[in-house]
Design a protein around this ligand. Structure first.
Ligand SMILES: [Zn+2]
Length: 482
């Protein structure tokens, strides 16, 4: 791997666009759109890519906020992809070390997918410029993946063939550190709604005429809790009741419970799902109701390829950890203290390259891609170390100079790594070879049902309720890449 003029060039392009990258991340922070409803977010990303000369296909896999942007032609085909959705009820003012909403009750970014998107666009823009400048052969594909928080999009992309001709892929994700690793990273997950149907009746005058769908939901919940004792301790399963009826005097004839079933392998996640279906069947028998299952999504665990990790790591070393100011360190320490963490501040050094030995119980729908294409995952430093995601404190850094510097470092690494892969066909070949060895004894069989349609209505009602209130806070200034 050599750090030639192409690499110097992309680093310059990212530097030149650092303001635009920051603005893009900030805009998406204030859009704070939930999964499948990321219309402002993906609209802005697509506009930038189209203006830059990418060919953009919208609505991929039938999801209005999904896109695939293509530039160049021929081999290798390199894919860059990431998510950009927010989390519900987590509106948080940026830059203050206390819980304070921008819009009370509204969605907010409390993980940092807004910065993921800025890194993706910043990196892709620089690579495209280099492809022009140095007439690099090959194809760059940039994927916008909606609804990561509900693990939706990428299993559909893979099923529908969007990664079929892709040689290698890189996924960027925010974190409290700067680095990458290889091996098995996260869990498999099946997201499924169980809807029970019964018969309604007046709850006071004729309850014996009813068959109570909510009772079935409650019994399924209790039944699954009984099952938990006999499941392996590695599993993680959790639920919400999304439909529990309308009012107490009408016995609900319809009720829905939405489950996430998580395990360390796809096979084990599937086995829990099968057991849960038996529990639902039991609940239906007990209550005289019927039930149906709707799989919203189902993903394999994320894994990362060693060769791809080596490529990314060398560029993390090249780019280096951003230099943090005392003001940034102070905010980080203050927040860590408030969260009862050791106030270590922001990390001064990059993380060493290592093999993951501690598989996380979290999941990411990029998992699906990582079993069909040699994949790397770049963690860039735009969040405060130790702070747990999906919590107000994880929103604090996301539109500050900490996020801006982390995004620039991430975009540089993404661009430089992609340049290495474009420049060296042997590297792509090696990634394919090591990938084959790594997954040798695993047969990839999608968990997603082949005829499943994406859940387009997801989060629609919440966004409709809050969008007009949130619009007041949208930044006036929009990013211009050049
Ligand atoms: Zn995430």
């Amino acid at each position: 791997m050599k750090n030639g003029k192409e690499k110097e060039f992309v680093l310059d392009v990212v530097n030149r666009n650092s303001q635009a990258i920051s603005l893009l991340g900030d805009n998406i922070f204030y859009f704070a759109e939930l999964g499948m409803q990321e219309f402002e977010t993906s609209g802005l990303m697509v506009r930038i890519l189209e203006e830059a000369g990418f060919q953009v296909e919208r609505n991929i896999s039938g999801m209005p906020t999904a896109f695939m942007a293509t530039y160049g032609s021929g081999k290798p085909v390199i894919a860059l992809h990431t998510e950009f959705d927010a989390t519900p009820a987590s509106s948080q003012v940026t830059g203050v070390a206390e819980p304070r909403s921008i819009t009370e009750g509204a969605p907010g970014h409390t993980e940092g997918h807004n910065v993921n998107a800025a890194v993706l666009i910043g990196g892709a823009f620089a690579v495209k410029k280099a492809m022009d400048e140095f007439k690099l052969p090959g194809t760059l594909k940039v994927f916008g993946a909606p609804a990561e928080e509900q693990l939706v999009s990428r299993p559909f992309f893979v099923r529908d063939g969007y990664f079929k001709d892709v040689d290698v892929a890189i996924h960027d994700h925010i974190g409290g550190e700067f680095g990458t690793l290889y091996g098995l990273r996260q869990y498999a997950l099946i997201s499924a709604e169980f809807t029970f149907k019964g018969v309604s009746a007046h709850a006071a005058t004729a309850p014996w005429k009813a068959r109570d769908a909510l009772d079935a939901v409650v019994l399924m919940d209790i039944g699954f809790d009984k099952l938990r004792e006999h499941l392996e301790p590695t599993q993680r399963s959790h639920r919400v009741i999304t439909d529990g009826g309308d009012q107490p005097n009408v016995i609900p004839n319809r009720a829905t419970i939405w489950w996430f079933f998580r395990e360390s392998t796809a096979e084990k996640a599937q086995a829990i799902f099968e057991k849960a279906k038996r529990v639902a069947e039991g609940a239906a028998i007990m209550t005289g109701t019927t039930y149906s299952v709707n799989v919203l999504s189902a993903v394999w665990p994320t894994r990362a390829n060693k060769t791809m990790a080596e490529v990314i790591h060398q560029n993390v070393e090249l780019v280096g950890m951003p230099k943090w100011t005392e003001t940034e360190q102070k905010l980080a320490r203050e927040l860590q203290s408030k969260e009862q963490l050791k106030p270590i501040g922001l990390r001064p050094e990059i993380s060493p390259l290592r093999e993951e030995t501690n598989q996380s119980t979290s999941a990411n729908d990029s998992g699906e891609v990582t079993w069909v294409v040699p994949s790397g995952r770049l963690t860039f430093p735009a969040n405060i170390p130790g702070i747990a995601f999906h919590h107000w404190a994880a929103g604090v850094s996301l539109a500050t100079s900490i996020a801006h510097k982390g995004a620039v470092a991430g975009a540089k690494t993404m661009a430089a790594s992609t340049i290495d892969l474009f420049n060296d066909p042997a590297l792509v070949a090696k990634a394919k070879e090591t990938f084959k060895e790594e997954i040798a004894d695993v047969e990839y069989k999608p968990l997603l049902p082949p005829d499943q349609k994406p859940p387009l209505e997801l989060n629609k009602a919440i966004m409709e309720r809050y969008r007009s209130l949130m619009q007041k806070h949208y930044p006036k200034e929009k990013p211009e890449f050049r």
